[in-house]
Design a protein around this ligand. Structure first.
Ligand code: AMP
Length: 579
């Protein structure tokens, strides 16, 4: 399946040739670096660099507010306002490397926070606004948050409950959603602070290896992991935007991901800006009509979305699409979960072009494997490695260590040579967990995949028990821990149950302490408890009571077995099952 529309020549025309010639140092030369050799700073490359190259008055972001209002921010204005944010941090005495957390919807202040923080050389850490108080508290504690930027209503609903348990926090900056002033004791009105701040700011010396971004991700066990990325990652953000999303300066780009997750930061903020395009930011949640109208009215040319959203559009029916003129769309890209072949075929039918799947993860910071605009799409495949990325399928070697699988079609773990700029540099304060991700010169992704004879990679599944729901990774341990807080719960085991739209939903198996009745009212109580503590994005959608949970002899809950039983599949190796 081929297909891009229009006459624009793809930035990457000849894949093999481009790969042969590509070097990361050459890619870095597309950026300018800070003036007078003061290093490399993401925010300078994303914003200030464009003040010198004729893009100053171009719209950087067009914010579509929930109430229908539209707010445009030019590169020049964005530069000024992010300077102001950096000055606010300066005034507050926040230092280089200190972590600034953001918990907001997709409002302009979130983007100012991200880029102003990077200018200040503090570390930007976005949190998903649908998190409940517990995931927020846990991440802010691990990340030793110095500043929290949030809205007044999120503060009242969530942050106020936990902020006193976070001794590292020095300032809480609030935005009132209705444009009014906030006067909650112990907090600062962000808009007031921005108004009062100076609009000039000189970015200090930034080492390309200085930490810039902290993104939390989930593992099977233990607390969430804070993946640390450095300023140098901007080289990968930039070049993948150019080569995979095929961004040209005249493009109107829409990345539907929320900046609470890595895609919404790397490709919802940084990459479109370094590539000098105009980005659409929609504050509202998914709605098929609204999305098609946005694509039409904003004349979106490049659209980056995710399989759950695409499946929801497919569900809304083809008739809806017919009501809109989507002729400006020339490239569709998808990430986050496996993209079903049917979705690729459907997009060919309704948009005249295929959705192009690409693969990456929080730890890689940027796109690693992709279906490039000039490439034939094999529906169901993630595509081929980005130039400069060496990907392989590996397995355990008989003599110890790992070895590459060379036979096409043979399954193994997807691994990458970690010599690219956006690879994470640490899991914050967890060296052992970090070191475990690397072996014999490879970064091990935790995904199972195959590679075919044409060099295309195909996703098979996760190696671990992490759950993917609506594109978000959920650690079962985090959910189990909150369920266990409930006085009725003796044990909990949490799995991902297949779902036609969200890919998986969070399902919990719960055994009760004696004296508690497994009835509907307790189930509702537990669901309510989990939603209140974890938020709707993380809480289980289903709870099943069970007299006991299958465990290994060492006492670990066998989630794999719970899942096999749920799906009616063979139970596999149960030699370690507790009798
Ligand atoms: P996250 O770190 O939250 O971005 O999640 C990364 C994980 O999402 C990967 O390790 C994969 O398991 C999954 N994933 C991301 N993109 C794709 C894709 N195109 N196809 C299949 N799985 C994907």
């Amino acid at each position: 399946m081929h297909g891009t529309k229009g006459k624009i020549r793809p930035n990457l025309e000849d894949y093999e040739r481009y790969c042969r010639r590509f070097t990361w140092s050459e890619a870095e030369r597309e950026l300018s670096g800070l003036p007078f050799g003061r290093g490399l700073n993401i925010a300078h490359e994303a914003v200030d660099r464009h003040l010198e190259n004729g893009r100053s008055d171009q719209t950087a972001f067009r914010f579509l507010r929930k109430d229908g209002a539209v707010e445009d921010l030019s590169y020049k204005e964005l530069s000024k306002r992010t300077n102001k944010f950096a000055n606010v941090l300066q005034e507050l005495g926040i230092g280089r490397g200190d972590r600034v957390f953001a918990l907001t919807g997709r409002i302009p202040e979130l983007y100012l926070t991200a880029l102003g923080t990077l200018k200040h050389r503090s570390v930007f850490c976005p949190l998903f606004s649908a998190f409940g108080p517990e995931p927020i508290r846990m991440r802010a504690e691990i990340g030793e948050a110095k500043v929290i930027v949030t809205t007044e209503s999120l503060y009242r609903k969530k942050v106020a409950k936990i902020v006193h348990d976070l001794p590292s926090v020095r300032a809480v900056l609030l935005v009132n959603e209705n444009g009014e002033k906030t006067d909650i004791p112990g907090t600062i009105d962000l808009r007031d602070a921005l108004d009062a701040a100076a609009s000039g700011y000189e970015i200090g010396q930034t080492d390309p290896e200085d930490p810039a971004l902290l993104h939390f991700t989930s593992g099977t066990t233990g607390r969430p992991k804070g993946a640390v990325h450095v300023h140098k990652a901007v080289v990968a953000h930039h070049i993948t935007g150019k080569l995979v999303l095929d961004l040209h300066s005249e493009d109107i780009f829409w990345c539907t991901a929320d900046p609470g997750w890595v895609t919404g930061t790397s490709y919802g903020i940084i990459s479109p800006l370094t590539n000098g395009v105009t980005s659409i930011v929609d504050e509202a949640e998914f709605d098929a009509e609204r999305w098609y109208r946005t694509l039409q009215n904003e004349e979106v040319s490049v659209w980056y979305s995710a399989p759950t959203a695409i499946r929801m559009l497919m569900k809304a029916g083809d008739d809806v699409v017919g009501n809109f003129d989507l002729s400006k769309l020339r490239l569709l890209a998808s990430v986050g979960e496996p993209l079903n072949p049917e979705a690729v075929i459907w997009s060919e039918k309704v948009f005249g072009i295929p959705f192009r799947d690409n693969w990456w993860q929080t730890e890689t910071g940027g796109i690693m494997i992709a279906n490039f605009a000039s490439m034939i799409v094999k529906p169901g495949s993630m595509g081929r490695p980005v130039p400069g990325i060496e990907a392989a399928i590996v397995r355990e070697a008989p003599e110890g260590g790992i070895e590459e699988v060379v036979e096409p079609g043979e399954q193994g773990e997807l691994a990458l040579r970690p010599d690219f700029p956006s690879i994470f540099r640490a899991y914050l304060n967890e060296h052992e967990r970090y070191a475990k991700c690397f072996a014999d010169g490879f970064y091990l992704t935790g995904d199972l995949a195959t590679k075919d004879e044409d060099g295309y990679f195909w996703f098979v599944g996760r190696k671990d028990d992490v759950i993917k729901t609506a594109g978000h990774l959920i650690g079962p341990f985090e959910v189990e821990s909150v369920l266990m807080e409930h006085p009725a719960v003796a044990e909990a085991g949490v799995i991902g149950k297949p779902d036609p739209v969200a890919m998986e939903i969070v399902k919990a198996f719960v055994s009760l302490k004696t004296g508690f009745e497994a009835d509907e009212s307790l189930r509702r109580d537990l669901l309510g408890h989990a939603r209140k503590r974890l938020g709707p994005a993380v809480a289980p959608k289903e709870i099943e009571f069970t007299p006991s949970l299958p465990k290994t002899r060492s006492g670990k809950i066998m989630r794999r077995l719970l899942k096999a039983r749920e799906l009616g599949l063979p139970e596999g190796d149960i030699s370690t099952l507790e009798k």
